[in-house]
Design a protein around this ligand. Sequence first.
Ligand SMILES: *[C@@H]1O[C@H](CO)[C@@H](O)[C@H](O)[C@H]1NC(C)=O
Ligand SMILES: *[C@@H]1O[C@H](CO)[C@@H](O)[C@H](O)[C@H]1NC(C)=O
Ligand SMILES: *[C@@H]1O[C@H](CO)[C@@H](O)[C@H](O)[C@H]1NC(C)=O
Ligand SMILES: *[C@@H]1O[C@H](CO)[C@@H](O)[C@H](O)[C@H]1NC(C)=O
Ligand SMILES: *[C@@H]1O[C@H](CO)[C@@H](O)[C@H](O)[C@H]1NC(C)=O
Ligand SMILES: *[C@@H]1O[C@H](CO)[C@@H](O)[C@H](O)[C@H]1NC(C)=O
Ligand SMILES: *[C@@H]1O[C@H](CO)[C@@H](O)[C@H](O)[C@H]1NC(C)=O
Length: 682
Amino acid sequence: METTVRNRTVGWWWWWRLIAASALALMAVRVEGQQSYVDNHQLDCYNHFNSTDGNVCNGVDSTCPSYLTFRSQPPYNTPTSIGYLLNSQPSQIAEANNVSDVDTFPNNSLILIPINCSCSSSFYQHNASYVLKIQSETYFSLANNTYQGLTTCQALMSQNGYGDRNLLVGNQILVPLRCACPTLNQTRSAYNFLLTYLVTWKDDIPSIADRFRVDPQAIWNANRLSSSDIIFPFTPLLIPLHSQPSAAQLSSPAPPPLASAPPPQSHSSSSKSSNNKWVFVGVGIGSALLLLLLALSAFLFCTRRRHKPKQQHMQKPKAASPLPSPPPPKLLLLPQEEKEEEEEEDFRGTKSVSHGVRHAIESISVYNYSDLQMATDSFSETNKIRGSVYKGVFMGDAAAVKMMKGDVSSEINILKRINHSNIIRLSGFCVHGGNTYLVYEYAENGSVGDWLQPTKCHHLSWKHRVQIAHDVADALNYLHHFTNPPHIHKNLNTSNILLDGSFRAKVSNFGLARTLEVEDDKQEEDDGPNFQLTRHVVGTHGYMAPEYIENGVITPKLDVFAFGVVILELLSGREATTTRRGGEGQQELPLSESITEVLQGDNVRDKLKAFIDPSLKDEYPLDLAFSLAQLAKRCVDRHMNSRPAISEVYITLSKILSSSLDWDPSDELERSHGIGRSQPNA
Ligand SMILES: *[C@@H]1O[C@H](CO)[C@@H](O)[C@H](O)[C@H]1NC(C)=O
Ligand SMILES: *[C@@H]1O[C@H](CO)[C@@H](O)[C@H](O)[C@H]1NC(C)=O
Ligand SMILES: *[C@@H]1O[C@H](CO)[C@@H](O)[C@H](O)[C@H]1NC(C)=O
Ligand SMILES: *[C@@H]1O[C@H](CO)[C@@H](O)[C@H](O)[C@H]1NC(C)=O
Ligand SMILES: *[C@@H]1O[C@H](CO)[C@@H](O)[C@H](O)[C@H]1NC(C)=O
Ligand SMILES: *[C@@H]1O[C@H](CO)[C@@H](O)[C@H](O)[C@H]1NC(C)=O
Ligand SMILES: *[C@@H]1O[C@H](CO)[C@@H](O)[C@H](O)[C@H]1NC(C)=O
């Protein structure tokens, strides 16, 4: 009697332990995956995510042989050129792909790249190095286009000293290629290698698993994915492999049955075969207990899977559906793309939206008036910045709170759609007692206008000035060419250009800004879409273009003119207009008219030197100052059609900026001789 009871107790105990242990094993396999998938966070270059910095060093070995994949694209279509790009041995690439060293791969074929993967600080990576070749290369283009997603812009930025806007041709970039070494759990399941696969259109995990002859569950686990998650083209996916991959696995397309069969059947068959694999692996290891645990967990997988047929069914069309529209080349987020992505959101669920864009949409908050009072110490005098602008502290972060009368919804509507690092960010607003309070990011260093005051004891250096001009051109270029509809600021001046803690410019005050849509009720449209007329001419004296003052013509060239005046102020330290006492009383002299005289006739060099801000002393490169003055002169041309487009201005400024950053004051004597004899920009 007693024995039976005890036996039964033992039995229960044993079963309880078995169930608990298998539940644990199940959790370990399902939840404690090995690395986190980038999940399209690699598009959001300005934000870090755990997954974008790299694969964490959690494997058994700190160094291991591993494999990358790469799709041949001229000029990277031979073992030698690919080996050079990815820092791998050409002979090993040739051998792994069963070709000779000098063979050329067909376009877009998937190449296997053997590498050694090792743990650097906290991430598994394979270091390659790349020397920038053209000016338009960015961390994003390098990560996504040149390296096809084998690294991320975030990892590039964190491992290279150059700022993302200061990349120059000739810079050597350390490229950490993502790889990984198997974890203990993977080696226990006889997965000995991890291959970094580049996801492309129409891929899904079951078909990738089939191609590499592994269990799809192992891939889901290796990337901390679940079967309902979506994978995106141009992202890296870790594939655990039992043995060295062969070229045949890469070149063969996914077998037709899987690709064409309706998802439910193919899934159930693949999960059945995968269950068999789990059992087989268990036997191979030779532990009876493990066999039981695995069999049981496989059984549990099975039942769990059957409970989720709907999700599985949906996964395939999702993975095969088009990507969210690509982010723009200069790491900017464009409003027109917000629209497309929002439209697709319903179809593919929230996961598909580019995270940066969503952040921009959601980040406008509506504040309570009491929040503002608390943040600004009840709008105290000590918190006053100037006029109706106050400094506020919201949860430890400084912000500028600007009180405005009446309806400012147009400024809110413009700023909430805009996301550019050189345009002041609107973080929220509050409507109270007939006033609107706008809460902006805080610009610690005030306005450019303040810094150009002759009474100021600290002065902006040449490099700061060129950087500011470049930043503003970047912002205007974005407004004119990369927003949809295009925007015109209409009130650019040095008091609207704010400086953050590192003297990077932020264009502010969008109160007069307007979109360049054709609004039937207000505009007399007579000259195509990029043209508007107004009878209500408002702006800042000295910055308004002649055609606007005289005829109310509104085009993007308005901003180009004002920008020309800003450059002249940065060059000369003078105000946009100066009043001169002449013979017949006071005379107003716009700065925009003075530059022509400086750059004309003889002795340009001396006249230019006299024009330039005396507070710069001799600490500026005269040839670059000359180029900048010439650019400004073209921007303030009386005829709007003779002014360059801001995109051209921006390119010219990029060149002046990169030369300025290289400039060393001691070079000055030799360099400046060129002027007068040969005109650098002509
Ligand atoms: C590996 O599996 C064991 C149980 O088999 C579990 O205790 C451990 O946490 C797992 N480790 C990882 C990194 O998944
Ligand atoms: C991401 O990183 C943070 C800080 O390093 C850590 O606390 C968090 O647990 C990590 N998340 C994941 C999912 O690993
Ligand atoms: C390599 O290619 C040759 C023909 O080019 C072929 O005969 C051979 O079987 C291939 N080897 C492997 C391992 O695929
Ligand atoms: C490969 O692509 C390049 C351009 O990307 C093209 O010029 C070339 O003709 C293509 N070669 C083949 C064989 O398709
Ligand atoms: C990895 O390192 C070993 C030893 O340093 C070397 O023999 C091997 O060629 C390397 N493999 C690759 C793919 O570079
Ligand atoms: C790769 O680069 C990182 C960062 O410079 C460095 O710490 C690490 O040692 C390098 N790894 C190898 C294997 O050279
Ligand atoms: C990322 O790279 C792929 C090719 O590797 C290209 O087709 C795609 O357009 C790129 N995305 C962006 C945003 O440039």
